[in-house]
Design a protein around this ligand. Structure first.
Ligand SMILES: Cc1cc2nc3c(=O)[nH]c(=O)nc-3n(C[C@H](O)[C@H](O)[C@H](O)COP(=O)(O)O)c2cc1C
Length: 180
């Protein structure tokens, strides 16, 4: 049966390497016969979680902003793929804010069973992306029906659009998408 895959691209820069990788993953998802929705956080107003925990009583957030259009997509997806630049050896701040703002889902039912991560960084080395993956895994542990679905990382990409020239990376991204 076809899966609904949500891709959340969290870099807000033009020519984002992680987004280029995510677009190739999207192609792979479609090739595998699955449905995909691609969401970029660029241009969206998403405020910090205020920690009021009202959502744990009401199931919805008190903040009325860009997250309102996205939280339902997270709840209804069968698989979620996050794409992030590495900032100071971690996921981007905007991705972390997004995860925090998914707090209403903590008390709700949710469909996602697999959560994957794409990272782009200047530095090479497995450890760079693994720290961000560990951060995401902490979030996943709070949704016990879901598990970590895999990591696609690229070091050696600093300036915008550099990922596009890496043929092997693009092929790996497509294959990653087929396996989501
Ligand atoms: C604030 C900031 C912090 C960064 N920290 C790191 C880092 O810790 N390690 C690293 O390898 N690259 C770091 N970079 C470089 C980015 O990860 C790299 O440019 C990446 O390609 C950006 O992905 P994007 O094009 O999808 O935004 C940093 C960039 C910025 C702007």
């Amino acid at each position: 049966m076809s899966k609904k895959v949500l891709i959340v691209s969290t870099s807000i820069r033009k020519g984002s390497n992680s987004e280029i990788m995510a677009r190739e993953v999207e192609r792979g998802v479609l090739e595998a016969g699955n449905e995909v929705e691609f969401v970029s956080l660029a241009g969206r107003e998403i405020g910090f979680c205020r920690g009021c925990l009202a959502c744990q009583k009401t199931g919805s957030c008190v903040i009325r902003d860009g997250m309102g259009a996205l939280i339902g997509k997270v709840r209804e997806a069968d698989a979620i793929v996050f794409a992030t630049p590495i900032y100071y050896y971690e996921m981007s701040g905007q991705m972390k804010v997004f995860l925090d703002r998914c707090n209403p889902l903590y008390i709700s039912d949710y469909k996602f069973r697999s959560v994957c991560l794409i990272t782009a960084s200047a530095e090479e080395g497995d450890d760079v992306a693994e720290r961000a993956a560990r951060g995401l895994q902490g979030w996943i542990e709070c949704f016990p029906k879901a598990s970590f679905g895999g990591l696609l990382s690229s070091g050696g990409v600093t300036g915008p659009n550099e990922a596009a020239d890496r043929e092997e990376l693009m092929a790996a991204a497509r294959e990653f998408g087929r396996q989501v």
